[in-house]
Design a protein around this ligand. Structure first.
Ligand code: NDP
Length: 462
């Protein structure tokens, strides 16, 4: 049977674009790609990129405050002009979108600017009316924000909306305590928006190391976010041009905007999957094997739609490996563990790789090396903010099982620590490394005595 394409990719985000480009440019495959929205996907258009630029913008008041502790006088930041920032942000996103599209075109990929649905195991129906066939189909449609399912939730916004707002709200409610909620709380608060963050748990960032979570929780409150723990909204109501939120503790309060950052779901609706034998797993994620292959041999899936590790670099690696395996005769699986990640809060970020102390304790005995201290730069300015440097070590073979950093530029630090840890390094390797002085990161190679040993029963005999 002859096909229109060797590969048809549904979704022009990080994973889909990488797979399409590598298959076409390196292996000469005939590739088509459909994207219903802007090229670049969540990360580039409404995620990592605009978010990080906003985090930079939101850093100014904290930096100015710190500099006052060094003798600088007066209000150093002036006024933030959202309109100026937004125009610059729009221009930057257009620039990146153009780079993504032209990279694909140069590679010889045919771009279809419309929605695509699966018609069968080798056929895709395009919203522009065309039907195309492909030997292989790659689903890389990502995820979408999920609201919690409370009455009136349509009055609430999602993370995508922040980047498009005509003006910033004066007072906003953020619901959730995960990556997006903590980063958005940092942004809104830093840009001068009165920010209430309502989280149902007792410390933000569930799933991360508890010691780091406690510092992140403390930081949100001390930097000006009105963080309310153990609280969730139960209902939203319109109140003129504001929104009235009712909470499960009986309180009600008005806000100019309510943002839900209550998780994301695989974007599998109306994809025509019922026309195929592709199987869905928990939460609607596409089930794939270690080669990103679905239950249908001709159909593969990468990125957030498979709900493995929902991070851009993972989707890129999955897309690249898929192209190498299928079109380059270079079979390559993706290692999903360990994967480093960072939560971009201010002033301190949280960088993390490997097991948390809680996970390590469940696995067996673990030596914990943990140091909390006030870093030179902010301490001089009079801040009590603490940094955390933490290593978890397997006492049986000295291997480093996890590393958690809460501090300025922790995202940059964890990227570097991730290299030896991914290589399987030992604590002795850290100890043998000469310190760079004076830095915060030198603590990683100077922690000589363990803080505690957590035993098999979760006990503490350190
Ligand atoms: P997360 O899963 O990280 O957090 C969701 C939050 O919403 C949790 O605090 C959760 O509470 C809470 N929640 C879920 N359902 C409800 C509900 N019904 N009522 C009240 N609260 C609820 O999702 P995010 O949306 O923050 O981020 C999605 C994913 O995007 C992340 O997992 C990450 O993979 C990726 N991401 C990565 C970033 C980075 O690398 N820097 C930045 C942003 C996103 P609980 O903890 O109690 O379940």
């Amino acid at each position: 049977m002859s096909f229109d394409y060797d590969l048809f990719v549904i979704g022009g985000g990080s994973g889909g674009v990488r797979a399409a480009r590598i298959a076409a440019s390196q292996y000469g495959a005939r590739v088509g790609l459909a994207e219903e929205s802007r090229m670049g996907g969540t990360c580039v258009i409404r995620g990592c990129v605009p978010k990080k630029l906003m985090i930079f913008a939101a850093s100014a008041p904290g930096m100015a405050e710190e500099m006052r502790g060094y003798g600088w006088q007066g209000a150093a930041t002036g006024l933030f002009d959202w309109e100026v920032f937004r125009q610059k942000l729009d221009a930057e996103l257009v620039r990146l979108e153009t780079i993504y599209a032209s990279g694909l075109e140069k590679a010889g990929v045919t771009i279809h600017k419309c929605r695509a649905r699966l018609a069968d195991h080798h056929t895709v129906e395009l919203a522009d009316g065309a039907r195309v066939t492909a030997r292989h189909i790659l689903i890389a449609v990502g995820g979408r924000p999920a609201k919690p399912g409370i009455p009136g939730e349509d009055l609430g916004l999602i993370s995508d909306d922040l980047f498009l707002m005509e003006q910033l709200p004066r007072r906003a409610l953020l619901v959730g305590g995960g990556f997006i909620a903590c980063e958005f709380a940092t942004i809104l608060n830093g840009l001068g928006v009165g920010t209430v963050q309502a989280y149902r748990g007792d410390a933000v960032l569930r799933g991360f190391d508890r010691e780091a979570r406690d510092l992140a929780t403390l930081q949100l409150s001390t930097c000006g976010v009105d963080l309310r723990l153990g609280v969730s909204p139960t209902r939203l109501e319109r109140q003129g041009d504001r929104v009235l939120a009712h909470f499960d503790d009986g309180a009600s309060e008005e806000f100019d905007a309510v943002f839900f950052a209550t998780g994301r779901k695989p974007y599998t609706g109306d994809l025509g999957l019922e026309n195929t034998g592709v199987r869905l797993g928990k939460g609607g994620a596409i089930e794939v094997d270690e080669w990103s292959q679905t239950a249908v041999p001709s159909i593969f899936a990468v990125g957030d739609v498979t709900d493995r590790v929902n991070l851009t670099p993972v989707a890129i690696r999955e897309g690249h490996s898929f192209a190498d395996t299928i079109f380059g005769a270079k079979p390559r699986k993706v290692r999903h563990d360990p994967v480093a990640s960072a939560v971009y809060m201010r002033p301190h970020e949280l960088g993390s790789i490997g097991l948390t102390e809680e996970q390590a304790a469940e696995r067996g005995p673990v030596d914990v090396y943990s140091a909390q201290f006030r870093p030179m730069q902010s301490m001089f300015a009079g801040s009590d903010a603490k940094v955390l440097m933490k290593l978890l070590v397997d006492p049986s073979d000295d291997r480093v099982l996890g590393c958690h950093i809460f501090g300025p530029s922790a995202g940059e630090m964890i990227q570097l620590a991730a290299i030896p840890i991914t290589m399987g390094c030992t604590k002795a390797d850290f100890d043998a490394t000469m310190a760079v002085h004076p830095t915060i990161a030198e603590e990683l190679v100077t922690m000589r005595s363990r803080s505690r040993r957590i035993g098999e029963n979760g006990g503490n005999d350190g």
